[in-house]
Design a protein around this ligand. Structure first.
Ligand code: FES
Length: 69
């Protein structure tokens, strides 16, 4: 699994096409093979990014994390 920390933005998780996830007991199928998770704390749709970070001036460095195994 690869996590991308977008500069001044969310954590993006790249997933295989057709991936699904369960949030609070409800299963969802992804329209796009990625999830963008809020790391600024300002999203009204937590845990997902809703673009609020652009308006609040959130600053954070870019980065990548790869998990194997
Ligand atoms: S990182 Fe986008 S709303 Fe928080």
């Amino acid at each position: 699994m690869k996590l991308r920390f977008r500069e001044d933005g969310p954590i993006v998780i790249d997933l295989p096409e057709g991936s699904r996830f369960v949030l609070d007991g409800v299963e969802h199928t992804l329209e796009r093979p990625k999830l963008a998770l809020c790391r600024c704390g300002g999203s009204a749709k937590k845990p997902f990014c809703d673009g609020t970070h652009k308006r609040t001036g959130f600053r954070a460095p870019p980065g990548r994390l790869e998990v194997e195994g």
